[in-house]
Design a protein around this ligand. Structure first.
Ligand SMILES: CC(C)(COP(=O)(O)OP(=O)(O)OC[C@H]1O[C@@H](n2cnc3c(N)ncnc32)[C@H](O)[C@@H]1OP(=O)(O)O)[C@@H](O)C(=O)NCCC(=O)NCCS
Length: 345
């Protein structure tokens, strides 16, 4: 059954196509055999088409000139019945977003176009990873589907009461798996009327994200550049450091979605964690955002049970003492090492 509340508009659907990397293509071969293939794709031509590569012969090429259906989906999480309180069977649900579109499967033959599309495809899937584009790509075909008749759908608890959603967020944060954190951000993004639970409350005009996306790592790297502790690190190092961290939170401005604060921790989840790269954008300071980020990180699922949390700071000692950090020693660089002990380690 199609529910109005589950329908996504074109912009929301395109956002999914931009974010995802893999789609399923379904079509038929000339002799009428059904065909379905998972593919790496990328959006091209101002988001009006998708392209992907193929062997120059085979079933996909046989489907060229015929109508195909493409499907892209994000399975976000399965939530057990207990997360929405006791009730009749079966309140367990899968949260997901998905987009489908139809179009004609085209084989791109112009060499300049093939090169441009191949570049776009590589840039999406392996940005700056040491590949080069041959002058005349051989042994590869580029296929294109222009986006027509697109439908998007999301099941992210839109049909549940706001209080039920809030209690789900608390349960997800409590369980704290990676997919739970992604689900928290997705539920809040789709249902802005959901009361923000205490662990994610932020100053007016901004919000916290507990599962930042790769695009946030780019922005965090820019915000972190040329701080006294990052002077030796280039953009890629700073970006990848955020992406590879088990606990990373950011704050974004409500009106622009621009990243305005970031904090992360290296952690073994049990014994030790080390807080790194806390920065709030100049124009957002002294409104409580740094404190909110610090408190949320101390309660992060990968940090909350650690017995000892360390950090080093040159001039934010008083700020850190508010959260219980105590001075341990002074490093050769002049930074003060501090720690918060919850158990003897
Ligand atoms: C340290 C840092 C993250 C603090 O961020 P912030 O958002 O300004 O932090 P908060 O607003 O929570 O608290 C900072 C100060 O503002 C005050 N403050 C908090 N809310 C306020 C409000 N609504 N109105 C006025 N002042 C407020 C706090 O009392 C605190 O006072 P202090 O200057 O005496 O310490 C920020 O200054 C920064 O990015 N510094 C550069 C990088 C850095 O040093 N990182 C820390 C490494 S450990």
């Amino acid at each position: 059954m199609k529910h109005e509340w589950a329908t996504l508009n074109e912009q929301e659907s395109l956002k999914i196509l931009r974010r995802e990397r893999i789609m399923h293509l379904a079509g038929t071969t000339p002799d009428g055999r059904p065909l379905i293939r998972p593919l790496h794709y990328t959006l091209v031509d101002d988001d009006s088409a998708v392209i992907f590569h193929s062997a120059p012969t085979g079933e996909k090429i046989e489907a060229v000139g015929r109508e195909v259906v493409c499907s892209v989906s994000e399975h976000i999480i399965d939530t057990p019945s207990s997360f929405t309180g006791s009730g009749p069977a079966c309140k367990a649900t899968a949260l997901y977003r998905s987009v489908q579109f139809r179009g004609l499967l085209e084989n791109v033959v112009d060499i300049a176009e093939i090169r441009r599309y191949l570049h776009d495809l590589m840039q999406t899937h392996e940005p700056d990873k040491g590949w080069h584009l041959p002058a005349e790509p051989r042994g590869v075909a580029i296929l294109r589907v222009k986006l027509g008749e697109m439908t998007g759908k999301a099941r992210l608890l839109q049909n549940r009461k706001a209080a039920e959603r809030e209690s789900m967020l608390v349960s997800l944060w409590g369980r704290g798996e990676e997919s739970d954190l992604r689900a928290i951000d997705a539920i809040l993004e789709t249902n802005p009327d959901t009361p923000v639970p205490p662990f994610l409350q932020a100053p007016d005009g901004c919000r916290l994200l507990c599962a930042p996306a790769p695009a946030h790592a780019d922005q965090a790297a820019i915000l972190l550049a040329n701080r006294y502790w990052t002077k030796e690190d280039g953009f890629t190092v700073l970006r990848d450091a955020q992406l590879n961290c088990p606990a990373w939170l950011v704050a974004v401005a409500d009106d622009t979605d621009e990243l305005i604060g970031t904090i992360r921790a290296g952690s073994d989840s049990q014994r030790q964690a080390w807080i790194l790269d806390l920065v709030v954008a100049d124009t957002w300071r002294k409104r409580g955002l740094g404190s909110v980020l610090m408190r949320a990180l101390l309660d992060h699922p990968r940090v909350r049970q650690t017995g000892r949390i360390g950090l080093a700071t040159r001039d934010a000692q008083a700020f850190c003492e508010r959260f219980g950090f105590k001075r341990d020693s002074v490093a050769a660089s002049g930074s003060i090492r501090m720690s918060l002990k919850r158990r003897n380690q």
